[in-house]
Ligand binder design. Structure first.
Ligand code: MEV
Length: 478
């Protein structure tokens, strides 16, 4: 017998996708069951293949319902996602409006690292991160360095960058000679936008013409530097650049010439918006960090690990990821853009022609010095920093820092996490700490009592943690 399957589903707001008909041969009962299974799988994948029309225009409840059709148990899914809505509808509305097509909230733990000493000032640093051990590692490093003079930090500069990309077919030398006049006109055209920023001490710092015609026919760029004071300044920079685009076009039109404005946008590469943070101590102050090595021995091994991250990009990527464990946690907690921060840092890590460590280590005349130099463009006013209720609280917890102060705090947590990771790697190894967390998670999953947890901590001190081993342990210690 031959059966033809062509089950198409269509519901409100979904579009049917035409699929080729499938032929199955039904010869015996086993084959029947197999076909039944295939029919069900086919049905499931048909559900997944649907295009939902006009999704963005649906009400939130209807969006959730439409999406739930992709799930095995829609009712459970809807209840779970609704369980993460705030009961205060005004508060929920605020979160919904940060983004689009929102159907729920996704929670990430908000922790703090207390007693962080930076330039003699003590901070309680908020850290938003889902990875276990990061806050514990940062806190332990903060305590360790707090007893050794704390972290030292300085902001090297705060310049941000924007670019107007354009093509011009006219004479190169003429364009270069016209630049002083063009600059004046560009600055005049943005007076309305820059007035407020100038009052706060910022504004447009410089406009440079960059000739890229050797690499791309007729392509030039205006590279513009800005000081956006305590704001991240993305809107300010982009508004100035788009106005520059219109002004440049008008300028050449008046001369009977054309420029093609390709695009106007800030650059997330901000090597001149950079901060340096460091720790230092005599090597004898590191005497008990490793149980097998004295301070000098530990310092040398630690430096070797950092040097490896300067010569090998595989290690450098993981090493720098450890730095961003700390930086991102602060950047997110304060409502800043962690993608921008990471992009700038990784580009900066490649500035010497190969990707390398962002931190460095030196041992000179018996002194151990470990530092991090990194671009971080942050804001402490405007944007999400003032809209997200927890970002606002984070900034209050930090004592309402200026943007440069926040740069120092975020970089410090990067160095703290980097120190903690490299210290663990070069001493006991990373798994010991992780396994403790892993054990705690398994014990929680298996519903262990407080007594069982305490006994398990002792038992698994020298025993490998696996799910089965913990289960067995609980069976024998019920
Ligand atoms: C894990 O999130 C971060 C580390 O891998 C960093 C490092 O290896 O330096 C531990």
């Amino acid at each position: 017998m031959i059966i033809i399957l062509n089950v198409n589903i269509k519901s409100k707001n979904t579009k049917k996708i035409k699929r080729p008909k499938k032929l199955y041969k039904l010869s015996n009962f086993k084959n029947f069951l197999l076909i039944l299974h295939l029919v069900m799988e086919e049905e499931k994948s048909r559900k997944r293949d649907r295009i939902i029309k006009g999704f963005s225009k649906l009400l939130k409840e209807d969006k959730l319902k439409a999406v739930s059709e992709y799930i095995e148990n829609p009712g459970e899914f809807i209840a779970l996602l609704k369980g993460f809505w705030y009961s205060d509808s005004e508060k929920q509305k605020q979160f919904d409006e940060f983004s689009e097509n929102t159907i729920s909230n996704f929670h990430i733990p908000y922790g703090v690292s207390p007693n962080v000493v930076i330039n003699g000032k003590v901070y309680v640093v908020p850290m938003v991160i889902e990875e276990s051990s990061v806050v514990a590692a940062a806190s332990a490093a903060a305590k360790f360095w707090g007893d050794r003079g704390g972290f030292h930090a300085e902001v090297i500069d705060v310049q941000k960058v924007g670019q107007l990309h354009f093509c011009y077919k006219g004479d190169k030398e003429t364009l270069k000679n016209l630049m002083p006049e063009i600059k004046e006109e560009l600055l005049k055209s943005t007076k309305d936008i820059t007035a407020k920023m100038e009052k706060r001490g910022g504004g447009i710092l410089d406009i440079q013409l960059i000739d890229f015609t050797e690499k791309l026919k007729d392509y030039y760029q205006l590279r513009v530097t800005f000081n956006t004071c305590d704001s991240m300044g993305a809107n300010f920079i982009n508004s100035c650049l788009e106005t520059f685009g219109h002004t440049l076009q008008d300028y050449f039109l008046r001369k009977g010439e054309n420029v093609e404005i390709v695009m106007a946008i800030l650059s997330n590469y901000t090597p001149e918006c950079r901060v340096k943070v460091w720790v230092e101590c005599p090597v004898y102050d590191l005497d008990h960090v490793d149980e097998h090595l004295d301070g000098q021995g530990f310092a040398e091994k630690f430096k070797k690990a950092v040097d490896i991250a300067h010569i090998d990009e595989y290690r450098a990527t993981t090493h720098n990821k450890g730095i961003y464990n700390g930086i991102d946690a602060v950047v997110i907690a304060t409502g800043n853009d962690f993608r921008a921060t990471e992009a700038a840092g990784h580009a900066y890590a490649s500035r010497n022609g190969h990707y390398e460590s962002l931190s460095s280590c030196e041992i000179t005349d018996g002194m151990f010095k470990f530092w991090l130099e990194v671009p971080i463009a942050l804001g402490t006013v405007g944007g999400l920093t003032s809209l997200h209720p927890l970002a606002k609280e984070s900034l209050e917890l930090l004592g309402h820092p200026s943007a440069p102060e926040l740069m120092m705090i975020a970089a410090t947590m990067g160095l703290a996490n980097n120190y903690a990771a490299v210290k663990s790697l070069t001493t006991k190894g990373i798994q010991q700490g992780h396994m403790k967390m892993h054990l705690a998670n398994i014990l929680n999953q298996l519903g262990a009592t407080d007594e069982q947890k305490a006994a398990a901590l002792v038992h698994f001190k020298d025993v490998t943690v696996t799910y089965a081993a913990v289960e067995e342990f609980l069976k024998n210690n019920g």
